[in-house]
Design a protein around this ligand. Structure first.
Ligand code: NAI
Length: 279
């Protein structure tokens, strides 16, 4: 099976890595060579760690041989599945799916890893809504078990079954839900993160104290602000905006501090600074 991935950021490179580990022939695309190089070295390092721990029998090089890195969309013509993992920006995703709909062979399935953009809208743009679905991996992809599978309005049973089976072949546990803003995972997670940001803004406690309380008190593996830095504050803001517009209730209003930090370029781990410093 040819497994395409578009967007070689933290999610796309993780999805491509796990697909290659599972034996699929992978094509990974980004807009510039330097992003592909960054992805390749990230994957090499992650595979190296898994190999050292005895959790990967093959060498990292053998796995990477199954990944073709490209900047060309035409290379996806023969793909059986293409998972999109580009920026969380609806007009950019719509444009990509319009193009993919005409580039990828008609029987190919298109999937989005979007955290919150309506699957049904992306499906319509692709021109093949029955063979379109949400395939939402968790971060970091090589370590997290869940794939949230989101059916759009017209997704066929055959497409849902194919994605469920593919997720299982990747060693993941697929769980299905329907197409509502934020699906299940982010509808519940993001308001908690947003509330933690609001606590920082109001001076309720320091980021360290907020994370400490949620970790030790709720038995969460990571505090909400550490998690926000990990996800990317820009991605968190986009998801809150989708929840706010899509569900209409002011309880989903993005915290002004979250907005301000994104405007200031404090995006979390990926920019070197968010609620914490990563220099
Ligand atoms: P990222 O910012 O790390 O990577 C996005 C990549 O897409 C960048 O390398 C960028 O150059 C590339 N890109 C942008 N436009 C492109 C195009 N037209 N063609 C090919 N590549 C393009 O973002 P991240 O965190 O990997 O997120 C990607 C998607 O995954 C988003 O939809 C996000 O909501 C979703 N997601 C993110 C999670 C997270 O924890 N960060 C968790 C689950 C889903």
């Amino acid at each position: 099976m040819i497994f395409g991935v578009i967007g070689a950021g933290q999610m796309g490179s993780g999805i491509a890595q796990v697909a290659a580990q599972s034996g699929f022939q992978v094509i990974l695309r980004d807009v510039e060579e330097r992003f592909l190089e960054r992805a390749r070295s990230g994957m090499q390092a992650s595979l190296g760690k898994l190999h050292e721990k005895g959790r990967l029998e093959e060498t990292p090089e053998a796995v990477l041989e199954r990944v073709r890195f490209t900047t060309r969309l035409e290379d996806f013509a023969q793909a059986d599945l293409v998972v999109e993992a580009i920026v969380e920006h609806e007009p950019t995703k719509l444009e990509l799916f319009r193009t993919l709909g005409s580039v990828v062979q008609p029987q190919g399935v298109l999937a989005s890893n979007t955290s919150s953009i309506p699957i049904t809208r992306l499906a319509t743009a692709s021109g093949r809504p029955e063979r379109f679905i949400g395939m939402h991996f968790m971060n970091p992809v090589p370590l997290m078990a869940l794939v949230e599978v989101i059916r759009g309005y017209s997704t066929s049973d055959e497409t849902a079954a194919f994605i469920t089976e593919t997720a299982r072949k990747m060693g993941k546990t697929p769980i299905e839900c329907n197409d509502f803003p934020g699906f299940v995972s982010n509808r519940i997670l993001m308001p908690m993160i947003n509330e933690a940001v609001q606590c920082v803004m109001e001076g309720v406690a320091t980021p360290e104290a907020i994370d400490g309380i949620m970790k030790l008190g709720m038995n969460h593996p990571m505090g909400p602000l550490t998690l926000a830095d990990f996800i990317g504050l820009d991605t968190c803001l986009s998801i809150m905006e989708v929840l706010h517009h899509g569900l209409g209730d002011d309880k989903y209003r993005p915290s002004p501090l979250l907005r301000k930090m994104v405007q200031a370029g404090l995006l979390g781990r990926k920019s070197g600074r968010g609620f914490y410093s990563y220099a």
